[in-house]
Design a protein around this ligand. Structure first.
Ligand SMILES: [Zn+2]
Length: 367
């Protein structure tokens, strides 16, 4: 038996809420996280039919990519679909959880999965985020260095790319004089002390700060450990928007359009006609990614695949890059599969189903 909170905690370990964009509203939107989870419906968008689907199956958790509550809700009277969903979900004890730009911004997320669908190689995040990393500097007696390091590493601190337990240590001399109220591990009141100490430096993502400081206090032998927390300007290459990678072999524009149509089961593609080159390097972003045009050009990508491109934005691409607008829904539909895989792998005894409701509000008319 698992509480809904167990599933949420796991999802937030993979895609921390701290990685969502400022405008976003990820997390538990409706419901009681302490309930026992009776089953999960995974969808891209929450519409009333999806809530009905959960009710008919007897499942009490909906995990959606898009938050159905974006703006402030001041009255809940059922006057629009958002209010009606809130009412129905609460009446039926259904929790609704959104995992949106925090899932977009991780390596194994929405764009990463799109890159996988196209079989791209040498992939990396197109626009890595700044301001997510800090460094802990602390000073510990050489005799206690290992125990402290292991304690801090156990929080997940010290990871850089494919390397974990990264730290830097240099030996020096620490000095201090305890007063009469102190209870020093080493030394006595009112006597200056000098101890051989290691200066340790460890990088960590900001959202782990509380755990890191707790581990520092738990594993450091001193009554009052000295430490500095330093905000870093480094980009976090594992967190950010879009992906860029390469095709195994270059293709003509026509072959590429046919290739992505088949691989991503597309109905239509809006693309720039000015670009005439071959396609080898591919930038992409699930959902609205027109803001990445400059990054895609700077990365020397031949194409940017995304959605929600406006008419005038197509001009900005000139002939420098092929822009393919494949549709918002189409660029993210594989997210359902991604979430389902993540949840079923970890919670084998909980029923997780993909919603069978087609939630794309846009239709395509064909003659
Ligand atoms: Zn989206």
């Amino acid at each position: 038996m698992h509480r809904i909170n167990d599933l949420i905690s796991y999802l937030e370990q993979i895609a921390p809420l701290a990685y969502q964009e400022d405008y976003d509203n990820c997390g538990l939107l409706v419901g009681d996280r302490q309930q026992t989870c009776t089953g999960v419906v995974v969808c891209l968008d929450v519409i009333e039919e999806v809530v009905n689907e959960a009710i008919s199956k007897g499942y009490n958790l909906i995990v959606a990519h898009h938050p159905f509550i974006f703006k402030g809700v001041k009255k809940i009277t059922g006057s629009n679909y958002v209010e009606r969903i809130i009412i129905k979900a609460i009446q039926h004890n259904i929790a609704i959880y959104a995992i949106h730009t925090n899932l977009d911004n991780i390596e194994g997320g929405v764009s990463g999965m799109l890159a996988q669908k196209l079989g791209l190689i040498h992939t990396e995040i197109l626009s890595p985020k700044k301001g997510l990393l800090s460094k802990l500097v602390t000073f510990v007696p050489t005799t206690h260095t290992e125990q402290l390091l292991q304690g801090i590493f156990s929080t997940g601190a010290g990871s850089i790319g494919n390397y974990s337990e990264c730290s830097y240590t240099v030996t020096g001399t620490g000095s201090f004089k305890p007063n009469e109220k102190a209870n020093p591990t080493i030394g006595t009141a009112n006597q200056a002390e000098q101890v051989e100490e290691n200066r340790i430096e460890i990088i960590y993502p900001n959202h782990l700060e509380r755990q890191v400081i707790r581990a520092l206090h738990a594993h450091h032998p001193y009554e009052v450990p000295a430490y500095d927390l330093i905000a870093l300007q480094n980009r976090n290459t594992e967190v950010g928007s879009g992906f860029v990678g390469e095709l195994e072999k270059s293709m003509t524009k026509e072959d590429f359009l046919a290739f992505i149509t088949a691989r991503l089961s597309l109905t239509c593609i809006r693309y720039t006609t000015a670009f005439q080159g071959e396609i080898k390097k591919v930038a992409l972003c699930g959902g609205s990614g027109s803001f990445l045009l400059k990054n895609a050009i700077a990365s020397k990508a031949d194409v940017l695949i995304t959605a929600d491109f406006k008419y005038h934005d197509f001009f900005d691409a000139e002939d420098r890059i092929l822009v393919c607008d494949i549709g918002h829904y189409e660029s993210e539909i594989h997210t359902k599969e991604l979430l389902m895989n993540v949840l079923t792998k970890k919670f084998a005894n909980i029923a997780v189903v993909l919603s069978s409701i087609h939630t794309n509000p846009i239709g395509y008319y064909k003659l």
